[in-house]
Design a protein around this ligand. Structure first.
Ligand code: ATP
Length: 546
């Protein structure tokens, strides 16, 4: 997640005004995303993609795969880059995670609440200190903790509850003092959402004065403890320590495990890349913000193996490439920012390298701030060195294209993107409020990302219109994701397609049998254009290529 330093809260134009609760409701209503196991009350941190959601997710995934593996970018020397794909097992030999450092170090600081038995990520818990100058000396007013991103009205409610329980008179105002205003400007909600006092910065002795996010009385939070995020499982019939295995917390390691196979068996030369898309699992302490932080999610990762001397050049190349890619799939660059990691924030593998940069998106729940969408890291030779050590297999690369030939361990530049988070960014970006429409909004997907590209709508179900519409549908469905939709009145059909973001509604009307033409309604402008039946396919194909 973005730290506050990169974000200027003053004079920030909030371009993202997407109502998050409405976006979540739309996703359910229109079959994009459902809570997992909903009929059993759900399961925190897990989500299911519905019929429209899986189309959208696959569009984003396929576009990434196409731009990485099928037609990789042209490199700085004007030649196409070499990138190959893999699809590796989710469960690998557990030594993998020893070598990668995940068993020892992949943990988050976690605190428990003794009153509610709830668990929080310490670095996500924010603490509001009472504004002491306004407070009477007695009774003692506690500090109030909340999970970062909690809506203002929920914090207010929490404070009221505490006041009642402790028999004191306090309100939110008593906690938002001048110090917050100075830092953040005059907007109360920004001050609360970007509070500068995470729990991790508060002395443990003061925990007795803090009311936990869901508790009624102070002093129920435990000290932070490291909590490993990997899901454990057992492989085989015997359940003991020797059968313990882990669900992968990142797709990257499957790539490093196959680095040698690829070098030895494929015709690749350094520099080259190996790409993978797939599920990753993290037992996140506080999954939240819809699919932004879930416990099962998908990643799109590419490991770029290069000579150590060229790491900086490739780091810069991939940073630019990846930022412009998000703009290409419809994420407005005004809602994207690059954020360089501070030295003390760098992962263990990136410490000695040229750095790590996050591509951040202004998600509705982080606005006006940003949240991580993709990280580009210089992993140095950390992973190959570790796997060489733990497996005792040589990972060196022999380069005979130079004189004298040389052996070296390649360095790695890794653009690691969240596919699931990417879907959320694309959804948030597409959500467009428009009071002039019956649906009050529409999903302005880039046509190539839209789950349904075209809808064929016979105006009425008689007079030969369904026959013409079906003929067109049978032709279009072999080329694009097309829906045939003959139910309800035309206004309702347009409204539904606005809500699911279909860029083209193609209406077969009573004129069509006479003029052999249809009306194409454009989702974004609602303008309509008459197009000859035999030109419809080419018309849609052209728009999708943009
Ligand atoms: P964060 O700081 O948000 O926990 P991270 O820095 O640990 O993320 P990486 O390990 O760099 O994330 O993973 C690469 C990408 O995978 C992230 O940029 C993000 O898009 C995605 N990702 C990571 N954790 C999650 C999660 N719990 N749910 C959904 N996507 C995730």
């Amino acid at each position: 997640m973005g730290n506050a330093q990169a974000i200027s809260h003053t004079n920030v134009e909030i371009s993202s005004k997407v109502p998050m609760d409405e976006l979540v409701a739309l996703c359910k209503r229109r079959g994009f995303i459902f809570p997992a196991s909903e009929i059993y009350g759900g399961i925190n941190g897990f989500w299911d993609f519905g019929p429209l959601g899986v189309l959208l997710k696959n569009n984003l995934r396929d576009r990434w795969w196409r731009d990485m593996v099928i037609t990789p970018p042209i490199g700085p020397d004007g030649e196409p880059l070499q990138i190959v794909g893999v699809d590796t097992a989710i469960i690998q030999n557990p030594k993998t995670w020893e070598a990668s450092g995940h068993i020892a170090g992949f943990s988050d600081p976690m605190v428990d609440c003794k009153e509610t038995k709830l668990r929080y990520r310490a670095d996500h818990v924010m603490v509001l200190l009472p504004h002491t100058s306004k407070m009477p000396p007695a009774p003692k007013v506690p500090s109030v903790a909340f999970v970062e991103g909690t809506p203002l009205q929920d914090i207010e409610k929490h404070i009221k509850k505490i006041a009642k329980k402790l028999g004191i008179s306090i309100s939110l105002k008593d906690f938002i003092g001048h110090q917050y205003r100075e830092i953040e400007g005059s907007e109360l909600n920004i001050a609360v959402h970007h509070d500068k006092l995470p729990l991790t910065q508060i002395n443990k002795d003061k925990y007795t004065e803090i009311v936990a996010p869901d508790a009624d009385v102070p002093g129920t939070l435990t000290e932070p403890r490291a909590f490993n995020l990997m899901f454990e499982t057992q492989v085989g019939a015997v359940r003991d320590d020797s059968s313990k295995a882990y669900l992968r917390p990142e797709t990257a390691q499957g790539i490093f495990l196959n680095y040698k196979n690829v070098v030895d068996n494929m015709r690749v030369r350094v520099p080259f890349g190996i790409a993978q898309v797939g599920k990753a699992f993290r037992n996140e302490v506080t999954p939240r913000n819809f699919i932004y932080r879930s416990r099962e999610f998908e990643q799109m990762e590419m490991e770029w193996f290069c000579h150590p001397d060229e790491a900086k050049k490739w780091f810069e190349f991939w940073t630019e490439m990846r930022k412009s890619w998000w703009a290409d799939v419809g994420v407005s660059s005004s809602n994207l920012q690059l954020r360089q990691h501070d030295k003390d924030e760098l992962s263990h593998y990136a410490k000695a390298g040229v750095g790590t940069v996050d591509i951040e998106y202004r998600f509705p729940f982080t606005a006006p701030g940003f949240g991580e969408l993709e990280g580009i890291a210089h992993r140095c030779d950390f992973d190959l060195t570790q796997h060489e050590k733990h497996s005792t297999k040589k990972m060196e690369y022999f380069d005979d294209s130079v004189q004298p030939p040389r052996r070296f361990l390649p360095h790695v530049i890794e653009p690691a993107a969240g596919l699931t988070r990417g879907v959320l960014a694309v959804l948030a970006e597409a959500y467009t409020v428009d009071a002039s429409r019956p649906s009050q909004m529409y999903m302005k997907f880039k046509p190539s990302m839209a789950p349904v590209k075209a809808a064929i709508l016979p105006l009425i179900n008689k007079d030969g219109l369904p026959e013409i519409a079906q003929k067109l549908y049978y032709c279009m469905r072999t080329k694009f994701m097309t829906e045939y939709d003959a139910k309800s009145n035309i206004g309702k059909r347009y409204a539904r397609h606005d809500e699911i973001g279909t860029p083209f509604c193609i209406t077969v009307d009573t004129e069509t049998p006479k003029d052999q033409a249809v009306t194409i309604r454009f989702r974004d402008t609602m303008a309509q254009e008459r197009v000859a039946l035999d030109r419809v396919e080419a018309f849609v194909a052209k728009a999708l290529a943009e």
